[in-house]
Structure formats: C-alpha cells, structure tokens
Design a protein around this ligand. Structure first.
Ligand code: PRP
Length: 206
C-alpha cells in the first residue's frame, strides 16, 4: 500500500482526478466523509488532510508521500523530499496593502497573515521591524478595519484583493503544488514511489 496524503479541497480534488486517471483509483473517494479511503486493487490508501498539515503527516511517516503547496512548505519547512512540481494550484505569496497606502518607515509595520514565518523571513532580509498579527482566514479584513497596515497572503486571481480595495505591493514567492515524500519511505517504497513518478511524467508529457 502506498499512503498518499491529499490536501482536502479543490487542489486535492484536482490531484485525485489526475492520479486516478492513471490507475490510482479509490472507489467512493470524496463521495462521503471518510478521511481514509483505500483500494486493495490499486494498492493505494488516500488520507484526506487539512492542507497546512500535509507536511507534518509526511515528515512523521504517517503518509509516504503527499501533495502540498509550496506556500505551506515555505511556512512550515517540513523535513521531507520535494519530488516534483505538479503545476497545479498556482498562486503567489505577496504583501498587499490598501490602494494608495503609504508606508511610514519610522513606524513598526503591522503585518496580518496566516504565514508568520514567511512574513518574518521576508522582512528580516529587509531589516524592517514588524509586528505579526497571526490570523487564520479572511486576512484581507485586517487592513480594512485598521488591525494591520499590510497583509502577507496568497493571491491567486487577485479578485479578493481587488474587491476589497487592496493591491499587491510586493511578490514574495511563487507557489504551486509539490509532491513530497517521507525520507524513509522514499527508500523502503522506492519502487512504488518511482512508479507513480513515471506515470506522472507520462501524464505531463502527453
Ligand atoms: C485565499 C487567500 C485569499 C484568496 C485569494 O483564501 O487567503 O483570501 O484565497 O484568492 P484570489 O486571489 O483568487 O481572490 P481562502 O479561500 O483559502 O480562504 P481564507 O480567507 O479562509 O484563508
């Protein structure tokens, strides 16, 4: 059995569609609320995991491989192998602020974010003093309500920013879904993991 950690949500749905198209199929996946779905025939077991936790499951070997956004990898820095860029879930990590925002360099910058480590690293390289306001969602609200000056968040289409009168000030990094592997599993299940990689490459080169 190959244990695959899938991020719950649209990215996980897209990855499952791709994997099942070349044989890694599991009857009933996504049709009910089961979090572990396996197929003896395809020799695969999917684990449906909160996206930000995928790296933790893979690092600790609870899953052999997994799919996670580069944004999450940059934030959590899991001790895993990054095997392949799946070219899905493309977005960027960016600093955004209210349209026409002027940053006063004499003040400590208040940064609202779900990505405190990404934000800290970014501003450390600029020697800029910041205060992190850690939020878990709807980050765009923070500058609107004066809770923060700017945000560090992912931008996909840019619609959320636009509709809330915010704009990108700086791009920090580009992100897309990555296939990651547990370091021990990559040795002990080398053949199974490589078989999947070959199928993926064939699918991408079609
Ligand atoms: C993410 C992100 C932005 C939005 C960007 O939020 O935090 O709010 O998507 O997408 P866009 O550029 O296409 O508008 P998500 O939907 O994950 O919800 P959240 O606010 O609960 O984090």
């Amino acid at each position: 059995m190959l244990n695959i950690a899938l991020p719950k949500g649209r990215l996980g749905d897209d990855v499952y569609k791709l994997f099942s198209s070349f044989g890694y199929y599991c009857e009933g996946l996504g049709e009910d609320r089961r979090l572990v779905v396996e197929s003896l025939e395809s020799e695969v077991r999917y684990l449906l995991i909160k996206p930000s936790d995928v790296g933790i499951y893979v690092e600790h070997g609870a899953a052999d491989i997994g799919v996670v956004g580069k944004d999450v990898i940059l934030e959590t820095n899991p001790n895993v192998y990054e095997l392949m860029d799946l070219q899905l879930g493309k977005c960027r990590l960016a600093v955004a602020a209210p349209v026409n925002y002027y940053e006063n360099p004499n003040n400590i910058l208040r940064v609202a974010t779900k990505y405190p480590n990404v934000a800290k690293n970014h501003y450390r390289t600029k020697n800029r003093d910041i205060e992190i306001i850690k939020l878990n969602g709807s980050i765009e609200l923070a500058p609107i309500l004066g809770l923060s000056d700017v945000i560090v968040d992912i931008v996909e289409t840019g619609k959320t920013l636009e509709e809330n009168n915010l704009e990108v000030v700086e791009t920090i990094a580009y992100s897309s879904a990555r296939l990651i592997a547990n370091k021990a599993a990559y040795k002990f299940k080398e053949k199974q993991i490589n078989d999947l990689l070959v199928k993926l490459m064939e699918a991408y080169n079609k």
